[in-house]
Ligand binder design. Structure first.
Ligand SMILES: *[C@@H]1O[C@H](CO)[C@@H](O)[C@H](O)[C@H]1NC(C)=O
Ligand SMILES: *[C@@H]1O[C@H](CO)[C@@H](O)[C@H](O)[C@H]1NC(C)=O
Ligand SMILES: *[C@@H]1O[C@H](CO)[C@@H](O)[C@H](O)[C@H]1NC(C)=O
Ligand SMILES: *[C@@H]1O[C@H](CO)[C@@H](O)[C@H](O)[C@H]1NC(C)=O
Length: 459
């Protein structure tokens, strides 16, 4: 089965679950919404897949006998049965809020070819036939849930099908005999096909869709330090207009896990529907990342003499910067800001090198503005100064201290030391939870209250 149509069938299946986020379930860090437009695209690929699968159904050889008047019982055989074409004419997808999804296919047509043989005593007739099957209708109801590990699961809750009219085209001598044969074989094949269609739908779900769903990542390693947890916090939710899938979206340390001291805020997606997919990434995702990377020391900086020579020309001086707490990103419409508070400790390196003597301690505050961007399935960030740095003296071991001079030096150097280092990290980005071979295109991005909204079409 081709990967892309398959992935879209998954989207169909994602529709199915009967649920909403219950009480006590944390807000998702990440919500993927597929709109009706996205589902329409999914339906087209889903139907192409189904058609392909149905065309590959193996039909068994048939043999048996039928009664032919004075001739008595006549043996027949049908071999090399093959589905030559399958036309899916009308298909429709019903979103049934809080219930699931039903795919209905009606007025479909199929043709089957094969070889036939009829034997009675010394009489043997044989040839080929083409069976036309009209008015095939199929109804498939799907359910999707989540398992213990937070992976989505899919199953066919119900499948039924009916076949309208069957007619077989055979010709030859002894037409009265062939007419009796025709009636027998038409009803046999009708029964076989009725049974095979739903069997195929179910086995295709088991052998293609379930493994495909398992390609949705549950956790992803980002680098040596962090991973992201993309398990589902609830089953996908069906409304009359869309399907929302809630993911946890939480960064964790690969070496140590720790409690996150804040909760994920609620995320309200606007009711837009002109794009196929809307993805909300909560500020929670970014703030759990901030926690993990601070913990790992990525926000600790040491600044050495080359930048401080102006201030202390005759002394080896170093500065250590570390955030007082993990910088918290706040998303408001149009803006992402953070107001980190950094502790700065200055020390002099003594000639016997292994020793250092403290000079002073400062607290620095600044406002930073963040830019979020998205491309090829990844989210990136970059920081730029939003205000000047304000310094406050906490403690000095060296008596008089010119805070103003220090401020201007910091404001001058911060863009050369701190920002490039953090931005290099943010430039690596982190991946969105997409199943295999799913691509987003024509991406747009909007900062809203508590989250960034990514608008995309699916490819
Ligand atoms: C970062 O610096 C602070 C203050 O000096 C220190 O307490 C903390 O252990 C450092 N973190 C790492 C991971 O080095
Ligand atoms: C974004 O932040 C800037 C600077 O704080 C402010 O001037 C601007 O009004 C904000 N924009 C919105 C849409 O709130
Ligand atoms: C290092 O040098 C300083 C000043 O010269 C001195 O006070 C201190 O005792 C020395 N430390 C060691 C470990 O030798
Ligand atoms: C940061 O922004 C807040 C709110 O806009 C303001 O009150 C504060 O003074 C700013 N801090 C600095 C260091 O500019």
């Amino acid at each position: 089965m081709m990967a892309r149509p398959c992935c879209v069938v998954v989207v169909l299946l994602l529709l199915a679950e009967v649920s909403s986020l219950g009480e006590g379930v944390p807000n998702p860090g990440f919500v993927a919404r597929i709109t009706r437009k996205g589902l329409e695209y999914a339906r087209q690929y889903g139907m192409a897949t189904l058609k392909k699968e149905l065309s590959n159904v193996n039909l068994p050889d048939l043999s048996g006998s039928f009664k032919a008047g004075w001739m008595g019982s006549v043996r027949y055989e049908c071999r090399s049965l093959r589905i030559r074409s399958f036309q899916l004419r009308n298909s429709d997808l019903h979103l049934r809020p809080s219930q699931g999804v039903t795919a209905s296919l009606s007025n479909n047509y199929m043709s089957v070819s094969g070889n036939w043989k009829v034997e009675k005593g010394f009489i043997t007739l044989e040839g080929t036939f083409v069976l036309s099957v009209d008015g095939i209708s199929i109804s498939i109801s799907l359910t999707l849930g989540k398992d213990q590990s937070g992976r989505p699961t899919a199953s066919v809750a119900h499948c039924s099908n009916a076949i309208g009219h069957v007619s077989i085209d055979i010709s030859g001598q002894l037409s009265w005999l062939l007419n009796l044969f025709r009636a027998t074989i038409e009803s046999k094949l009708k029964n076989i096909l009725t049974q095979k269609i739903c069997e195929m739908v179910r086995s295709s779900t088991t052998s293609h869709l379930e493994p495909y769903l398992r390609t949705l990542p549950v956790t992803l390693a980002i680098d040596q330090i962090a991973g992201i947890d993309y398990s589902l916090v609830g089953a996908p939710r069906v409304t009359s207009r869309a399907l929302d899938t809630p993911f946890k979206g939480k960064f964790f340390g690969l070496r140590q896990r720790f409690r996150v001291p804040f909760r994920s805020p609620s995320v309200k997606l606007p009711w837009e529907h002109d794009r196929m997919a809307y993805i909300a990434v909560s500020q929670y995702v970014f703030n759990t990342a901030s926690q993990v990377y601070r913990q790992a020391g990525l926000m600790n900086f040491t600044i050495r003499n080359e930048h401080l020579a102006r201030l202390y020309p005759n002394m080896e001086v170093g500065l250590e910067l570390s955030p007082e707490s993990a910088p918290f990103l706040t998303f408001t419409p149009g803006n992402v800001t953070l107001m980190p508070v950094m502790n700065i400790e200055a020390f002099a390196l003594l000639p016997n090198a292994s020793d250092r003597s403290p000079l002073f301690q400062l607290r620095a505050r600044t406002n930073i503005s963040a830019t979020i961007s998205v491309s090829s399935g990844k989210i990136f960030g970059s920081l730029s100064p939003g205000s000047k740095l304000e310094l406050e003296l906490k403690h000095s071991h060296i008596g008089f201290f010119n805070v103003g001079l220090m401020e201007s030096i910091f404001n001058y150097y911060a863009p050369y030391v701190v920002y490039p280092s953090i931005n290099a990290k943010l430039k690596e980005g982190f991946p969105l939870p997409l199943p295999r071979d799913t691509y987003l295109n024509s991406l747009q991005l909007q900062i809203l209250q508590n989250f960034v909204l990514i608008k995309a079409d699916i490819d």
